[in-house]
Design a protein around this ligand. Structure first.
Ligand SMILES: [Zn+2]
Length: 315
């Protein structure tokens, strides 16, 4: 169905590497986000590439005032040198609307009138991300008198496979595993999946290095890339840091905010989490010295291949 581009049409190896770090301003940066920042940064630099920062503030209701500025200040204090201007998703509605219009014109998107309750009543199984597989109620058109609420993208059940640089081959059957998924929500906001795909393409991203909590989203994003005729970046999904209860460190699990005064020590801790053979002397180094060592010794092959690793909060 979405075959403007064949599955093999990946970004080419000859293309100049462009990576990114894309935090959501739903709170301060924490150790879990630092891992993705460090790994995406060092992979980009090791390839002589660029590293862009994108503020994923598309979900306006979840944004915390001041968090975006705080994140950017923290990245500076931790010694990250970003390339180009920060891209703010909150400024990108026109681009997302254009992509949705294109999908609609191609017959790939359709309006959905279902409430959460109606989906829950008809859904037959849980989706791969813990929600429910959309039962396809509005696929062949809205019931008469039904008002459109959200927009969804058609999927099929042909196995969608990609090879992750860390996690190996990943396969999903989108129809069984997710169902037709939301592009624009009932509240009018564009969905994360659409925004990420449109922005990765807009920014010319060749390589995505991020946490494995997003691994299950990647087939949806690849499907969208094919529907929109975009090439697919290379992906590397890092293990996520979990607390002693086995939960991913996040704002919801009360991950402590990164402290700029402890930047060097936190960077060393992130490098150790990422399997790098950090020398003992580095524990007393400055931020600049830590980066000098990391840029000279970064080893992608040393990265752990699990999807989660326990990393108790630092004392
Ligand atoms: Zn529906």
């Amino acid at each position: 169905m979405c075959n403007k581009i064949q599955p093999a049409d990946q970004v080419s190896d000859a293309q100049h590497y462009r990576g990114r770090f894309a935090p959501s301003p739903t709170g301060a940066l924490h150790f879990g986000s630092l891992i993705a920042a460090v790994a995406s940064y060092l992979d980009a630099r090791a390839h002589g590439g660029e590293w862009l920062v994108r503020m994923e503030d598309v979900d306006a209701e979840r944004n915390i005032p001041g968090a975006a500025d705080d994140i950017l200040r923290t990245l500076d204090a931790f010694g990250f040198a970003r390339d180009g201007e920060v891209l703010w998703q909150s400024t990108r509605d026109d681009a997302y609307a254009a992509a949705l219009a294109e999908l609609n014109a191609a017959g790939l998107a359709y309006p959905c009138a279902c409430s959460r309750k109606e989906i829950a009543a008809r859904a037959k199984r849980p989706a791969i991300d813990g929600s429910l597989v959309y039962p396809g109620t509005c696929r062949e058109g809205l019931a008469s008198g039904a008002a459109p609420r959200a927009w969804r993208l058609r999927v099929d059940n042909v196995p969608l496979a990609f090879v992750d640089r860390l996690q190996g081959e990943v396969v999903q059957h989108l129809e069984d595993d997710v169902g037709d998924f939301v592009l624009r929500r009932a509240d009018g906001l564009f969905a994360y999946q659409l925004a990420v795909v449109v922005d990765d393409h807009f920014q010319g991203i060749t390589d995505v290095v991020r946490g494995a909590d997003l691994l299950a989203s990647t087939p949806r994003q690849i499907w969208l890339q094919r529907c929109l005729g975009y090439p697919t970046p290379r992906y590397a999904h890092l293990p996520v840091a979990t607390n002693t209860a086995g939960e991913k460190w996040s704002k919801q699990t009360l991950a402590p905010a990164l402290e700029s005064g402890k930047a060097a020590a936190e960077l060393v801790r992130a490098l150790a989490f990422l399997g790098q053979s950090v020398p003992v002397e580095l524990s007393r180094a400055t931020v600049a010295e830590v980066w000098e060592w990391a840029l000279g010794h970064w080893s992608f092959t040393a990265l752990p291949r699990q999807t989660a690793i326990s990393a108790p909060a630092a004392a």
